[in-house]
Structure formats: C-alpha cells, structure tokens
Ligand binder design. Structure first.
Ligand code: HH2
Length: 273
C-alpha cells in the first residue's frame, strides 16, 4: 500500500505557446488533455490549467484567446475525471468560463486585483480562490524588485487580500494563499528568505499553495545555465521544504517524482516519535 500524503500535489497543465518550462508543448487541446491524463495517472490531487504565461517578460493574451485555450481542456478533463481543476488566470471572464466548464478553483497570480469585478465575481462564483503575492506586473516584475523585509511584506499583503476577499463575500474556508516564488522577487535575495520564513505564511491560518517547480532560482543556486527541464532535484527540494513548513499543496510540473518524494518524506515525518 502506498504511504499517505498530507501535502496535495497540483499538476501544471499549460495551454500556452510560451510558458517558461514547457513552452508550446500542450497548446493543442488534445495534447493538453493527454498531458492532464498523464498527471492524473501519476497521482496528481488537482490540476492547474493555464492559458496565459506569467513568466517574466511574457506578452499579454486576449480574453477570448485565453478562454479558447483553457475551456475545451477543462471540459474534456471534467468529462472523464472528477479531479478538482483550477484555472490559472487573472481575467474575470476567463475565470467565469472556466468555472462554468467544470473548474472549482480560481488561481489568480494578482490575488484578485487585476479587475474591479474580480473580488465580487469570486464571491458570486462560490469557487475556491488562490490569492498569490506578486510585486509589479508579469511583464516587468523582475526589473528591480525591492523589499525591506520580504516575509513580513508578503505575509501582510496576503492577510490584506484575504480580508478583502472575505469582505467581498468570499467564504473564508475557500481561500488559499501563495507567497508567489519568483514573482517580483530577486532570485536569491528575496526567494530564499521567503522560503526560509514560509512558516510565517502558513501561520496566517489559510491553506498555502507553493510553486517552486522548475523556477529560475534553482538554476541560480546550481551554478547558472540550468535549463527548466533539468531542475527536478531543486524542485523536489523546494516541495519537501514546503511540506516541512506546513503547506497544503505544491504546484508542480513533475508529478510522479514529487508524489514519491512527498510519500517518503511524509512516512518518515509520521514515524518521528
Ligand atoms: N507559478 C507560475 C504560474 N502560476 N500560480 C500560483 N498560484 N503559484 C505559482 O507559483 C505560479 C502560478 C509559473 O509557472 P508556469 O505555469 O510553469 O509558467 P508560466 O507562467 O510561464 O506559464
């Protein structure tokens, strides 16, 4: 029998031509659905479907184009699996279409700040929401990120966004927080202290989603020049660090290896007396 895991694994399904880690591989809906199937077979607990890259320097995608990318994939996965599906979008219209197609979680890297209707819409849809921290905008966020105390500032921001969501009518039990590793953060000066202080984010009392998978800081820590497809070791180190800090879920590209790592880590942690 496989060991139980306390930390959920969210598998990434990017339906984009330009994502940093798997650019264009699943832009065709059939390829994206096949990828989703593979992630489910590998043990994913939930899937995150995205139609717009948020990588530093990424260009914008129209609402119609983004919805046209994600909706068929969500519908097709929903038709054959009961796995919870999240939509990775900052656009209210895309979130609405995705939830209608069968998603139950709105993962918003702007923490529902992109449009005035985002907060009320999240309340109206009654879905779960991921509120993520990002300094700046995706296009420019890595130019010159600045913090006095990154853990305190990210924590305060997330607490404020959770309050705003609750004030707008979002059920507090449906709120997740995410420190936004790599989003307006210097590779090492900000991402590392933020990960080191992760327990102060989990202590805010909401489930925390952590995304470190294949991110550039792994390359920076491994001598530089390490392409996204060669960052599995660092991604797993980050996932296990998150597990130790009490995160509820990790957002990953490599589901099978992460599931195994978390099973082993969880079994050892459970055997501690
Ligand atoms: N990271 C990425 C995208 N969405 N959402 C949350 N909540 N947390 C994250 O850390 C996060 C996220 C970036 O990864 P990826 O989807 O692989 O790349 P891209 O944005 O280029 O599509």
């Amino acid at each position: 029998m496989a060991a139980a895991r306390a930390v959920k694994v969210m598998g990434v399904v990017n339906v984009t031509p330009d994502s940093f880690s798997d650019a264009g591989r699943h832009l065709d809906p059939a390829a994206a659905v096949a990828h989703a199937r593979r992630l489910i077979a590998e043990g994913a607990d939930l899937l995150d479907v995205g139609g717009e890259s948020t990588r530093p320097g990424a260009g914008p995608v129209s609402e119609a184009e983004e919805a046209a990318r994600v909706v068929p994939v969500i519908e097709a996965v929903r038709a054959e699996s009961a796995i919870p599906i999240s939509v990775d979008t900052m656009k209210p219209a895309v979130a609405r279409a995705a939830i209608a197609a069968g998603a139950s979680l709105w993962n918003d890297v702007t923490a529902l700040r992109h449009a005035p209707e985002s907060l009320p819409l999240a309340a109206e849809l009654g879905c779960e929401v991921v509120l993520m921290h990002m300094q700046g905008e995706p296009g420019t966020m890595q130019k010159a990120p600045r913090y006095d105390d990154v853990v305190a500032q990210v924590g305060a921001f997330l607490a404020r966004r959770a309050e705003a969501a609750i004030a707008a009518g979002v059920d507090p039990a449906r709120i997740w927080l995410d420190p936004g590793i790599g989003f307006g953060k210097h590779m090492t000066r900000h991402n590392l202290p933020l990960l080191a202080g992760l327990e102060r984010i989990t202590a805010l009392g909401f489930p925390v989603l952590l995304g470190v998978s294949r991110k550039s800081f792994i390359s920076a820590l491994d001598g530089g020049g390490v392409t996204a497809d060669r960052r599995l070791g660092g991604s797993i180190a980050g996932a296990l660090w998150g597990a130790a800090a009490g995160v509820a879920a990790v957002r990953v590209h490599d589901v099978a290896a992460t599931v195994q790592a978390l099973r082993v880590w969880g079994a050892i942690a459970a055997a501690r007396t």
